[in-house]
Structure formats: structure tokens, C-alpha cells
Design a protein around this ligand. Structure first.
Ligand code: SAM
Length: 235
């Protein structure tokens, strides 16, 4: 049996009771990084064998499938949030399903859901692009295509590339495109910044250093938003 176990994205209190239960009862915990997971396990006084899961290594995937085939119960975790969401895991889930191993996916923290819920811009459709490719041409194309669907677009970005990404969005969709930036969700310095993409570029460029974890949300222009919500309040 394979359990997919979401872990906190910044506040250890955000672990669910069920996640703790599954971690306590698993035979082995499959980790993106065993040292990172050990910090979480120690905090909750959980002592279990851990094993590194490396999605880029076929042998690592096979070893994890072998463990599952031997009848063991494994819990898959990533460094933070929900495994398989811009994180390792999906290949193992696929191989486990191919091997007729039961997979159970626990609900829990994920930065995309957390940011979108606090954004106050939609109760329904959105497009999640995760981390965009490094090549500006490819990234711009994905942004334009996703925005063309007329629903908010959610991106993950590293602090080192946030301003570059905002510049690319401004160039691709226009300087006045409305955006929301959610930084350090669930942490002490949680911060929400709203404005046009140009205003956000100015805001972040003024800071001595851009730090923390970021979710970028590209909103639709107000007129389009009104049209859609009149038709469907959960859009
Ligand atoms: N699997 C995770 C999830 O379910 O959200 C995502 C892991 S991905 C490797 C890490 C990215 O998620 C960060 O670069 C950032 O874009 C976003 N992220 C994670 N924690 C965050 C937080 N506390 N605040 C804002 N964004 C966060």
C-alpha cells in the first residue's frame, strides 16, 4: 500500500492528524530528502525507517516499487506540501498502480490551493502551470496560452527569478495585468501583494533582497471577471 502524504509548507501545525497517523503506522517513509523529512519526524516524535526516493533515477523508482511489492506499507512525502505537485512522486504512483499496488492520496497542504483560496478572485476554474521552463520563449507561450483560457493562472517561482518572471508576464500579457503575489504562506512573514504586474515589479525591485517562497497568480481583467461571475458565481 502506498500513501501519498502532504506535509506543511511552512507551519508545522498544518500537518493533519491523519498524516501523522499514516506516518506513525507506515513500515517505511519514502522521502525526497531524508534529512529534511527527519526534522519533521523528530518534531512529531516519529521514529521510522526512511528511504530516499529519486524520481530521476529509474533504479530508485524500482527499489521503492520492490518495497511495496514485498507487502510493506509506504508513505511518500516531499520536502513540503503535496508530493507530485511540482514535486517528485508521480512516476512512483504510476509504477505502483501498474504493479497493482493500492494507492491512497491524503488531502493536505499545498501552496497552490492555499494561495488561490486567499486570493479572493475565483471559486472555480484556474490553470496551474507550476514552475515554468527556463527558456523565456517557451515560458511566454505557456503563459499566453493559459491566460487565453480566461481563468486565473497560478505559477510557482523561486525568489531569485521572481522579478524576471514578472517582467516576462508584463511583456507577454501587458503592464496592466492584475496579479497577486503570495509570499511565505503559513509562515511568520506571510505577505500578500496585489496590483498590476508593473506595480509589483516596482515593489519587489525596491527591496534590498527578494527572499522567501512565492506563488504568483495572474488575475483576469475586472470586466471579464464580472461577465464570468454573473454567469457562474463559482467560476
Ligand atoms: N509540493 C509543493 C506544494 O504542494 O505546494 C510544492 C513544492 S515546489 C518544489 C516549491 C514551491 O512551492 C516554491 O518554490 C513556491 O513557489 C511554492 N511554495 C512552497 N511553500 C510555499 C509557501 N510557504 N509560500 C509560498 N509559496 C510556497
Amino acid at each position: 500500500m502506498l500513501y501519498i502524504v502532504p506535509t506543511p509548507i511552512g507551519n508545522l501545525q498544518d500537518i493533519t492528524l491523519r498524516a501523522l497517523d499514516v506516518l506513525k503506522n507506515a513500515d517505511v517513509i519514502l522521502c525526497e530528502d531524508t534529512r529534511r523529512t527527519q526534522i519533521l519526524l523528530s518534531h512529531f516524535a516519529i521514529s521510522k525507517p526512511t528511504m530516499r526516493y529519486n524520481e530521476n533515477d529509474e533504479r530508485s523508482i524500482s527499489r521503492c516499487v520492490e518495497v511495496l511489492q514485498s507487502g510493506k506499507t509506504a508513505a511518500l512525502v516531499s520536502d513540503c506540501g503535496t508530493p507530485c505537485i511540482s514535486d517528485p512522486g508521480w512516476k512512483l504512483v504510476k509504477e505502483a498502480l501498474n504493479a497493482n499496488i493500492k494507492v491512497s492520496s491524503l488531502p493536505g497542504p499545498s501552496a497552490v490551493a492555499c494561495a488561490l483560496a486567499g486570493a479572493g478572485i475565483t471559486g472555480g476554474a484556474f490553470t496551474f502551470l507550476g514552475f515554468l521552463p527556463r527558456k523565456p520563449g517557451k515560458a511566454a507561450k505557456l503563459i499566453a496560452n493559459a491566460y487565453g483560457l480566461n481563468v486565473p493562472v497560478v505559477l510557482y517561482e523561486s525568489p531569485y527569478r521572481v522579478i524576471k518572471m514578472l517582467e516576462l508576464i508584463a511583456k507577454t500579457l501587458g503592464e496592466q495585468t492584475p496579479m497577486i503575489v503570495a509570499r511565505e504562506l503559513s509562515k511568520v512573514y506571510e505577505e500578500w501583494t496585489r496590483g498590476t504586474v508593473r506595480e509589483l515589479i516596482e515593489n519587489f525591485s525596491k527591496r534590498p533582497k527578494v527572499q522567501g517562497e512565492f506563488v504568483l497568480i495572474i488575475d483576469r481583467p475586472a470586466a471579464e471577471e464580472k461577465e464570468e461571475t454573473d454567469e457562474n458565481p463559482y467560476f
